[in-house]
Design a binder for this molecule. Structure first.
Ligand code: SAH
Ligand code: SF4
Length: 367
């Protein structure tokens, strides 16, 4: 009896069309057989709604210069021991060409937060160049933090069509605990940026870190509801991994064990897949920092996007947001082969040379 009762409860919740906050807390806390039921359901929804295909986004971490001071991040401004770099235009274009030739379909250009007219202009030019070198075929996602409306618009017009900006935590009180308390790190401003990106026409992706200091399962349930309410097109969630040279490191002994952070991230992805059936969800690199087969596991249970690192090798070791970041000493060629094997290991196919846009976004556009 004791075993059957909770199993049935999870099953009952999974049969509902929408989940309440309490339902989400139950699902997140599911263990053993109940958890397997959740993961199986997510796999079924993925297969039925978006198919067992994984789309590639070649990730170019083109600069670790950052004006911000997020308390969790290894490349924060105040970390003076970081060797700062900026990949040259030529090298960025070369990496983009490589992605195009490898039939990746899309790239992601990610950096620290740099806000200046020169940066806006440089990116605008690069976007136009990348479109040109790929006959308009390479999809481009940006992840360059909070920018002005004009900058977001110029980049959109220059060819970027997706933007990733994680909310990190949707609970303002927790957001305030993991960021400095100043106007440069405003929760409301981040939300406003997400809304602005939507209005401009980007496919918008957000996400959170899982297992942050002070974070509870209730916070994570809020995060899922936040993403549903914002009606996002894409999501990237990863476990929080402490970095020695950050202020939050002092809380390292109060964190969930790494395995729990991993399992909870997998639960978050599975639940989100069931809630928002046709969005794109990434199997993030941080999962692999905990479990060598982490991304494969999460692809099996809901994720449909993977971001092979194609940053030129010499820079990789300096883009350390967290410790044990994998693939910091490989070159781009290794990544392509490795990713295909990994996706096949998860019994999925790679959607080569396809944009693999969020079906959710396309449906919204039709209405
Ligand atoms: N500067 C941009 C993009 C680069 S940071 C921005 O902040 O939006 C990309 C992501 O790395 C962040 O959104 C954050 O969720 C993640 N990250 C930073 N530090 C981390 C850590 N210690 N553990 C796990 N993820 C981390
Ligand atoms: Fe900069 Fe992004 Fe790191 Fe914050 S998370 S310090 S904005 S790179």
């Amino acid at each position: 009896m004791i075993r059957i009762l909770p199993y049935k409860m999870i099953e009952t919740i999974l049969q509902k069309g929408t989940f309440t906050r309490e339902d989400l807390i139950e699902l997140l806390n599911a263990e053993g057989e109940e958890r397997q039921l959740l993961l199986r359901r997510a796999a079924e929804v993925k297969e039925a709604e978006v198919g067992n295909v994984v789309y590639l986004r070649g990730l170019i971490e083109f600069s670790n210069r950052c004006a911000k001071n997020c308390l969790y991040c290894g490349i924060r401004y105040d970390n003076k021991s970081v060797h700062r770099y900026s990949v040259s235009d030529e090298e960025i274009l070369e990496a983009a060409k490589h992605a195009y030739e490898q039939r990746f379909g899309s790239i992601v250009l990610q950096s620290g937060e740099i806000v200046s007219p020169a940066f806006t202009k440089r990116m605008e030019r690069l976007l136009q160049e990348i479109k040109k070198l790929s006959d308009g075929e390479l999809g481009i996602t940006l992840s360059c933090g909070e920018q002005s409306e004009e900058t977001y618009r110029r980049w959109f017009e220059a060819g970027a069509h997706r933007y990733l900006l994680r909310i990190e935590s949707s609970t303002p009180e927790l957001y305030a605990k993991i960021h400095p308390n100043d106007e440069n790190h405003s929760y409301q401003h981040r939300v406003d940026c997400l809304k602005l990106l939507k209005t401009i026409g980007y496919q918008v992706g957000t996400g959170v870190m899982v297992g942050l200091p002070f974070q509870t399962v209730e916070h994570l349930a809020n995060d899922l509801l936040f993403m549903q309410n914002l009606d996002i097109d894409m999501c990237g969630m990863g476990p929080y991994i402490e970095h020695q040279e950050t202020p939050l490191y002092e809380y390292k002994d109060s964190l969930w064990p790494l395995q729990k952070r991993f399992d909870m991230t997998q639960n978050m992805v599975a639940i989100l897949r069931i809630m928002m059936k046709d969005i794109n969800i990434a199997a993030t690199t941080a999962l692999q920092a905990i479990d060598k087969l982490g991304r494969e596991k999460v692809i099996r249970t809901g994720a449909n996007i993977i971001m092979p690192n194609i940053t030129p090798g010499i820079y990789r070791n300096d883009y350390k947001l967290y410790e044990n970041k994998p693939c910091t000493d490989e070159n781009a060629d290794d990544c392509t082969r490795c990713i295909e094997v990994r996706v096949k290991l998860a019994d999925n196919d790679v959607g080569f040379a396809e944009w693999g846009d969020s079906k959710h976004y396309k449906k919204k556009k039709r209405h």
